[in-house]
Design a protein around this ligand. Structure first.
Ligand SMILES: [Zn+2]
Length: 941
């Protein structure tokens, strides 16, 4: 007993002294113990003028350090510019190797690249290359710009490799070419570093402002507020493209992505689920080799760390997974300090983690990884070749042999998808004649039997019998199964959660990220996979062919009108752009006859008489930019039907003047995905705060977009007066578009921007109809869950990746069976939505069904007073689930009959609700037309 008190007393003393002095638990790490060093190579500190971990280095300062080291160590170091960021910072790739290797970099690159094609390189040739070629190690730092330790560690690694003559370092240089990405997210890091340096006093108190990054800073994300560590799937951002291009040029055998968020250092092995496309036991074997080496180094430093736990290897859009799916051993390393923890941070036991110590851990892990790569060079190169040669010999065993993508529904979007595949060195053919498969499966049907299908000429064909097969399968297969043990464990948690009382905390699930991502589904392009590879007439798609498919055309200089059928998403953007420039555009609400042809309702008409002369060149320019095909019409006479270009059913559109809410508490990625979409389409918008919206700013706009955010926060930030302003503004002709959490806000009874209600909420009158097992009166279900963790408040998130995907667990802990009436949040699955083709929001949509990603428990009752352009229509033969994990007995029964997209007419205006983010990560694009239609038809239809 007494002993315990003494220990407690000591603990208090330690905590007290930790607060007033430096960290008690870790010695000051010596970064210069691995010499001797060449004196002509400058240490980073001699350029920066501060010691490691005393201050945050900006990008320009870092560039100076790297340049000076490279100049002094030109025998070992080469710098390559790999492309600009959106804010005009140059991304750099630093190659460091022995002087002999540096002189033959091109030769090394070419030899290693021969290992990527077993059709051209025999096993014997591969053995020879493996014997005498260095391995290539990709070391990338600071993809999350506010995970700042990695940025500083990188400079120390560069110095060590450039300056040291220590035998172990020399051995690394001989056996590897080290490629260092000096900053994967320069723009985000710069926001963070500049802000942090300006407010930091080095206070370890968790409440100090230096640990609370403002919304507008949040350096984790890039310029467009994209999480770059999710972007190797859709490759939307410049940073991703720059890195991917460099990666595919060098073909690394190991790749480390350096982060820094959790409470302890993490390195692999990883936890379940592991993407089943990764070849085993090869993948696990190498994670074990690197993991044990790191563990030995950390143990000898007496440093804490963990393996497995929350970091899985399932979603293929991370910068550890992309390398792994290309034959490298890709790994995420997470250090425990820096970033939001700043220079000093108090741990849960009162000890302090310092910026310097967390930099040291990355430095040691980086060097250990390079030593292991050097030591295992030949085996690693052999396995790298084996990765593709085995993939190809396994191709015959897998039912998925070919993917067919049809461009007819949107030639531009299909070309964008093919372009992404081409960046990944995936070979795509285009069929020049129709062909038939007897074993075709529609991507919109899960587990459907094979059937016969004839594909038209122009179809894109991706055969899996090619070197990139593993990557192709991982990103294109319709559904990727998770390890059974993992699934069973989560279902058991679900069942236990059903039994919990409302005041008992629910168990968390193990899902790290979305469980469905298949690119054809994400993009919403009509696609099939086949079990056969019928011979086709066709040729490999070239860069030129892709850009030709993205080109538009104008059939001539119109005398009377230009007619534009709505055949691509970009057509909507084309119209929005013209309207915003002040040109007059109209839409035909009935079948139109013009130029001797019938055009469907939803076709756009630009009448020459209503526009200035500059319309001709503007139409030509925008058509070219956005890949839109325009037909010039020289007579207003309709040969047939009731509607010609001058008809009563051709309605003038009004220019969309768009405001987007951008404010604290809003999901920055949701806002960013809208920003990025508008930018790439050339559509203008104005970001405004909620306070501005409440105090008169809306008068300048006719469209207001409210991105995903916490519904409760929206409720309190708008307040009843703000809600009334929104209603009045919509009634007088404005269009409000809401996404996800903002749609939940709109559907609150006390807000009433729609007659829809959230399924399972206390406002939901229908919820008692779903199950009769219990009386629902006892439940207190508030449809406004606890606030989103503000980025800056994300103190010691359990995992680095636990960002915005899965944050809004319903606030309910309901008694037993009644819980089945409440949708369990989905980690992210594609569901089949049915299209109401009569709604103007579906103008231009030819498909009767679309895949939509659901990544929440937000299901919306159909609007009783408005329209429901996309609903979940159950069909016993055709499940709603298309791909990904769903909760059996919960998801489908509760989703059936609800709406994904709602159009609520409000006075002269509309409220348009999307159940989810329309442009999640720039990856989901299946409802782009619906989103654009809400803008361009605002106030008219
Ligand atoms: Zn990170």
């Amino acid at each position: 007993m007494q002993k315990r008190i003494v220990i407690l007393f000591l603990a208090v003393l330690i905590v007290a002294s930790a607060i007033s002095t430096v960290a008690q638990t870790e010695e000051k790490f010596n970064f210069y113990a691995r010499g001797p060093y060449r004196s002509e190579v400058p240490r980073p500190q001699s350029i920066l003028r501060y010691d490691v971990g005393d201050h945050h280095t900006t990008y320009a300062q870092m560039e100076k350090v790297i340049d000076e080291i490279a100049r002094a160590a030109s025998d070992r170091v080469r710098i390559f510019d790999i492309g600009l960021t959106p804010e005009y910072r140059m991304m750099r790739l630093v190659a460091i190797s022995s002087p002999e290797n540096i002189l033959r970099l091109e030769e090394i690159k070419s030899k290693v690249s021969q290992l990527t094609d077993p059709r051209k390189t025999s096993a014997a040739q591969a053995q020879a290359i493996a014997r005498d070629t260095p391995a290539i190690a990709w070391m990338a730092y600071t993809i999350h710009g506010n995970e700042s330790s990695s940025f500083e560690a990188m400079m120390q690694v560069v110095y060590q490799l450039a300056a040291s003559v220590e035998p172990a370092t020399i051995d690394i240089l001989k056996n590897t070419v080290v490629l260092i990405v000096t900053g994967e997210n320069p723009d985000g890091h710069e926001r963070f570093a500049t802000w942090y340096n300006s407010v930091a006093i080095g206070d370890a108190d968790r409440n100090a402002i230096e640990h609370r990054e403002p919304w507008s800073i949040f350096g984790r994300l890039n310029h467009y507020r994209f999480n770059l560590n999710r972007d190797t799937l859709a490759v939307t951002q410049a940073e991703t493209r720059n890195m991917m291009q460099a990666f595919m040029e060098w073909n690394p055998q190991v790749a480390v992505d350096h982060h820094g968020q959790p409470s302890q250092y993490f390195f692999p092995p990883v936890s379940l689920p592991i993407n089943p496309n990764l070849p085993q036991p090869m993948y696990n074997k190498w994670l074990e080799i690197y993991g044990r080496a790191n563990a030995a180094a950390f143990d000898s430093n007496k440093w804490d760390y963990y393996v497995r736990d929350v970091f899985d290897a399932f979603y293929p859009g991370y910068w550890d997974m992309y390398p792994s799916l290309n034959g490298a051993i890709g790994m995420t390393y997470e250090t425990d300090g820096g970033g939001f923890k700043g220079l000093r941070w108090t741990r849960d036991d009162g000890t302090i983690v310092t910026f310097r110590s967390s930099i040291a851990k990355h430095f040691v892990a980086s060097m250990t990884t390079l030593e292991q790569t050097a030591a295992n060079r030949e085996a690693r190169l052999r396995d790298y070749y084996e990765f593709r040669s085995r993939a190809m010999s396994d191709a015959a065993k897998s039912p998925l042999k070919r993917v067919v993508i049809l461009p007819q529904g949107d030639k531009y979007k299909a070309a964008e998808l093919i372009e992404i595949l081409s960046w990944m060195r995936i070979e795509v053919k285009v069929a020049t004649a129709p062909f038939t498969s007897k074993t075709a499966h529609d991507y919109l049907e899960k587990n459907s039997p094979p059937r016969t299908k004839t594909f038209p000429a122009g179809s894109y064909v991706i055969d899996l019998n090619q070197p990139q097969r593993i990557l192709i399968k991982a990103i294109l297969e319709q559904d990727t199964p998770q390890d059974k043990a993992f699934v069973d464990d989560n279902i058991a948690r679900f069942k236990r959660n059903q039994m919990r009382g409302k005041n008992q905390q629910r168990e968390e699930y193990g899902f790290y990220d979305i469980t469905a991502w298949s690119l054809p589904l994400a993009f919403g392009v009509e696609s099939y996979w086949t079990e056969d590879t019928t011979e086709i007439n066709g040729s490999l798609v070239t860069k030129e062919a892709i850009s030709a498919s993205k080109q538009g055309s104008v059939s001539g200089r119109a005398k009377i009108a230009y007619v534009i059928p709505y055949t691509t998403d970009t057509t909507g953007a084309f119209v929005a752009r013209l309207l915003q420039k002040g040109f007059r555009v109209a839409v035909s609400t009935r079948q139109l006859n013009a130029g001797g042809k019938n055009w469907p309702a939803g076709t756009f008409v630009i009448r020459i008489s209503r526009n200035p002369d500059s319309i001709h060149e503007t139409v030509a320019q925008y058509a070219k930019d956005l890949g839109v095909d325009v037909t010039a019409v020289d007579s207003g006479f309709a040969d047939d039907g009731d509607t010609g270009v001058g008809g009563e059913s051709v309605l003038s559109l009004r220019s969309p003047r768009i405001a987007v809410i951008a404010d604290e508490g809003i999901d920055p990625e949701s806002y960013g995905s809208i920003w990025w979409t508008f930018d790439r389409f050339g559509v203008k918008f104005t970001p405004i705060t909620i306070a501005a919206a409440r105090s008169g700013a809306l008068k300048n706009f006719n469209v207001l977009i409210i991105p995903d955010g916490n519904p409760g926060r929206y409720f309190s930030a708008f307040g009843s007066s703000g809600i009334n302003i929104l209603k009045d503004w919509a009634s007088s002709g404005g269009t409000i578009i809401t996404a996800r959490g903002a749609s939940v806000f709109a559907a609150l009874k006390d807000v009433g921007l729609t007659s829809s209600r959230l399924v399972g909420s206390e406002d939901d009158e229908q919820k008692s109809n779903v199950s009769s097992k219990s009386d629902s009166k006892e439940e207190k279900i508030i449809p406004a869950p606890s606030p989103l963790p503000k980025p800056a408040e994300s103190t010691e998130l359990k995992s680095d990746r636990s960002d915005i995907v899965f944050p809004l667990l319903p606030p309910i802990a309901s008694p037993s069976a009644s819980a089945y009436k409440i949708p369990e949040p989905l980690p992210g699955a594609f569901m089949r939505a049915t299209v109401d083709r009569t709604s103007y929001l579906n103008y231009g949509v030819e498909a009767n069904e679309l895949p939509v990603l659901l990544a929440s428990g937000y299901f919306f009752r159909i609007s009783k007073e408005g329209g429901n352009p996309l609903i979940f229509d159950p069909d016993p033969k055709h499940p709603l689930t298309v791909s990904g994990f769903v909760w059996e007995g919960n998801t489908e029964p509760l989703l059936a009959g609800t709406a994904y997209l709602i159009d609520e007419p409000t006075g002269n205006g509309h409220v348009v609700l999307f159940a989810e983010d329309p442009f999640f990560r720039g990856l989901t694009r299946s409802t782009t037309r619906q989103f654009l239609n809400a803008l361009i038809f605002n106030g008219v239809l």
